[in-house]
Design a protein around this ligand. Structure first.
Ligand code: COI
Length: 357
């Protein structure tokens, strides 16, 4: 499929942030976006790069009413000598289509997805920030546009990719975050949509997050829906715990996002000779380890969060300080390795880095 291009005229070009400007996560967007339409019987058509702008949507569009929506998150990194890299983008595309299948949306052709993404990133390459820890966040998304109110899959969709120059996801940066173990609300149940990257999961997390933020926490740690005991994830990141010499993380049972950073971290740890177990993790086991000094580190992983150390875990009003409230050695090593690969500073024996220019 051809991708048509309408460039933003000089009057529509926006002011880019300067090298010294603080970049919050997800506040500003570049000059262009990639868009494509779908209609049952026609398939995907009208692939185009256009100036960044609003969509005109029918108030009866099914995506607004029944949350048929999926998205992804990945980043473009500015390397040395102006090289531009993506990190394991084919994994995001696969996960996007898996999420789409879960909520009865059409697949997006992997080649056109990749081509559209590379083209729009290269067109807006001047927006990729250069400072270490900053990047151009890429947000592909799809939602249902057919005007109809019966509950069934839509017959029409829009797929689009927008770009946002970002810094750290959390205001804490690389400083450890404080996590509240949620014992009132539930994010996802096995058999539900927890594994899909669909807006509903994030809507389900908002009230708990707001309440936790009100108490001074950065995020909540979700427990399983059935027993309210086993660790799932932290909504914006997968969770890892270093107990003695073993790295532990929750298994992919359907209620946890299949994190690409999660997968990369498991691979790195195993290659470094660190034992990694993906198994059911009782919150009581983790807190017992914290009390007895065996919990050496805790950290979250995600595209936006990268490696985010956890310095405090609070459960039922009991605070547990982890790694003396500092970033631990393994977390720091993982961060350095991932960032090194992503920015083209370190060797990439895994072939994770994709140079696009
Ligand atoms: C990401 O890490 O890309 C995410 O999707 C997390 C969040 C910003 C929704």
């Amino acid at each position: 499929m051809e991708i048509s291009l309408i460039k933003a005229g000089p009057d529509r070009l926006k002011k880019k942030p300067g090298d010294n400007d603080n970049l919050n996560f997800g506040d500003i967007f570049t000059d262009h976006m990639f868009v494509m339409d779908y209609k049952e019987g026609v398939g995907w058509h009208n692939a185009r790069i256009t100036p960044y702008g609003s969509f005109q949507i029918d108030p009866a569009a099914m995506g607004i009413h029944y949350a048929q929506e999926v998205f992804e998150g990945l980043k473009a990194y500015m390397g040395k000598n102006g090289d531009i890299y993506l990190f394991r983008p084919e994994e995001n595309i696969k996960r996007f289509n898996a999420s789409a299948t879960r909520v009865c949306m059409p697949d997006v052709d992997e080649n056109i997805f990749m081509e559209g993404m590379k083209k729009v990133v290269l067109l807006d390459r001047e927006w990729i920030p250069k400072n270490r820890g900053t990047s151009l966040y890429i947000r592909p998304a799809m939602f249902a546009t057919e005007p109809h109110l019966g509950v069934r899959p839509s017959k029409e969709y829009i797929f689009f990719i927008i770009l946002s120059p970002v810094g750290n996801y959390y205001k804490e940066g690389l400083n450890p975050v404080k996590i509240y173990v949620e014992d009132k609300y539930v994010r996802a149940a096995v058999g539900g949509i927890g594994e899909a990257k669909t807006g509903g999961n994030y809507a389900a997390s908002l009230l708990a997050s707001e309440e936790a933020k009100g108490k001074g926490f950065t995020q909540v740690l979700w427990l399983d829906a059935a027993e309210r005991e086993y660790v799932d994830e932290v909504g914006t990141m997968n969770m890892f715990f270093l107990i003695n010499d073993e790295v532990l993380t929750a298994p992919l049972t359907g209620s946890v996002l299949r994190g690409i950073t999660r997968d990369s971290v498991i691979r790195l740890c195993r290659d470094w000779g660190i034992w990694v177990s993906e198994r059911k993790l009782s919150i009581y086991e983790i807190l017992d380890a914290a009390k007895s000094g065996r919990l050496k580190e805790a950290f979250g992983t995600g595209t936006a969060a990268v490696i985010s150390p956890v310095g405090q875990i609070t459960f039922k009003n009991e605070d547990h300080i982890v790694a003396g409230g500092k970033m631990g050695e393994v977390s720091q090593r993982l961060y350095n390795e991932l960032i090194g690969i992503q920015y083209g500073i370190k060797e990439d024996p895994y072939g994770w880095r994709v140079k696009i220019n």
